[in-house]
Design a binder for this molecule. Structure first.
Ligand SMILES: [Zn+2]
Ligand SMILES: [Zn+2]
Length: 376
């Protein structure tokens, strides 16, 4: 087993976290490592795809490579060397595991039962990296795909893999609402139009949109993360801007909430005599394991590799988001999770993974593609 190499790669990548779609140092590291195994990686911007094997249907494995604008506080000897940037979501571990898979089928000597494409993706953290890779041809010829995230579900104990059928992660829609009124003296609000009051009503009241428009047994979230308005205690604000995130676990709820939030904002604007604008951007679609056969194959692969106690059916989706859903909308596949004794929540300055568990992914992928190839 190749634990030492995976940990070495993970630590090297951890020290050079890069953000978004531009990951020059990370991409160079991955490219060099793959070349060192005798492979021929291809670039899609700072993303990389590499094909292994020469016959049979094509299975793809995806790893994301980007970090976050977070100042690391782990105190680890391999901590980030770039101030204000950190691998705080475990994508360094994902990349290292994918390199471990490549090594397993090259210098490790394991025979491939089909062709295997490794997709190293930039820009997962809200930069539409999956769409970028797909536009660049990463899915051409791909018959099925799988990918994994460390942690996310705290109920997954160290070294235990888990997933569920149907939605595993929510859609992510960032929205911004602007109210424009008319400024005036705080003592004479009737002479102006109070944009801040409208914003407060929207922020407090928007939860009723979920209550009124979506089923209570289907999880959704609307959170307001920022509100900006006003200059002084005795001046009525002429402009107020709220920004938030909306998460849904069905495509229908995603569309319903987007429409009903806009109606709600319009109603509040009307009641307050102010103007309103609302804009939204879908950061990630729903990540749905809609091909149940692929999910069953994954459960069987984990069991074959590590025994039944290493697999857990997750009862509920998370309202966290992932752009892996972009791949699952186009080809059959499965997205799953590995319990990694996460030290602090994802995106936290003290986030860290237990590196010992990373090697466990390689035999799972080996078993998964063997069982998949036998059926295809
Ligand atoms: Zn993240
Ligand atoms: Zn992540």
């Amino acid at each position: 087993m190749d634990s030492a190499s995976i940990i070495k790669d993970r630590r090297a990548l951890h020290q050079i976290p890069e953000i978004g779609l531009e990951l020059p140092r990370t991409a160079a590291y991955v490219e060099n490592a793959l070349r060192g195994m005798g492979l021929a990686p291809r670039r899609i911007g700072d993303g990389i795809i590499v094909d292994l094997g020469s016959t049979g249907p094509l299975f793809a494995w995806r790893a994301d490579m980007d970090g976050l604008p977070v100042l690391e506080e782990t105190g680890a000897e391999y901590a980030s060397t770039i101030p204000g940037r950190m691998h705080a979501c475990g994508h360094d571990a994902h990349t290292a595991m994918a390199l471990g898979i490549a090594r397993h089928f090259t210098s490790g000597g394991a025979q491939l039962p089909c062709r295997l494409r490794l997709i190293f993706q930039p820009g997962e953290e809200g930069h539409r990296g999956a769409a970028f890779m797909i536009e660049g041809g990463a899915l051409e010829g791909v018959a099925a795909i799988a990918g994994l995230h460390v942690g996310i579900f705290p109920e997954l104990k160290k070294g235990v893999f888990g997933t569920r059928k149907g939605t595993v992660m929510a859609s992510v829609t960032a929205f911004e609402v602007t109210f424009r009124g008319k400024g005036t003296h705080g003592a004479m609000p009737h002479l102006g139009a109070d944009a801040l009051l409208a914003a407060c009503q929207f922020g407090a009241g928007v939860q009723t949109v979920r209550y009124a428009a979506t089923s209570p047994v289907q999880p959704t979230v609307i959170s307001i993360g920022s509100i900006h308005a006003g200059t002084a205690s005795n001046v009525i604000s002429e402009k107020a801007v709220l920004a938030g995130t909306m998460r849904a676990t069905t495509v229908q709820d995603q569309a319903t909430l987007e429409a009903r939030m806009a109606q709600f904002a319009q109603g509040i604007a009307l009641a307050n005599g102010v103007e309103m604008e609302i804009g939204s951007v879908v950061g990630a679609p729903i990540t749905a394991n809609s091909d149940e056969r692929m999910v069953d194959l994954l459960a069987a692969a984990v069991t074959a590799a590590h025994g039944p106690e290493s697999f857990m059916w997750l009862p509920d989706p998370t309202l966290g988001g992932e752009d892996f859903g972009e791949y699952l909308m186009r080809v059959p596949g499965v997205f799953f999770f590995l319990g990694a004794d996460i030290a602090a929540p994802h995106h936290h300055p003290k986030f860290n993974v237990d590196e010992e568990v990373l090697e466990k992914t390689v035999p799972v992928v080996d078993a998964l593609i063997r069982q998949w190839a036998a059926l295809n």
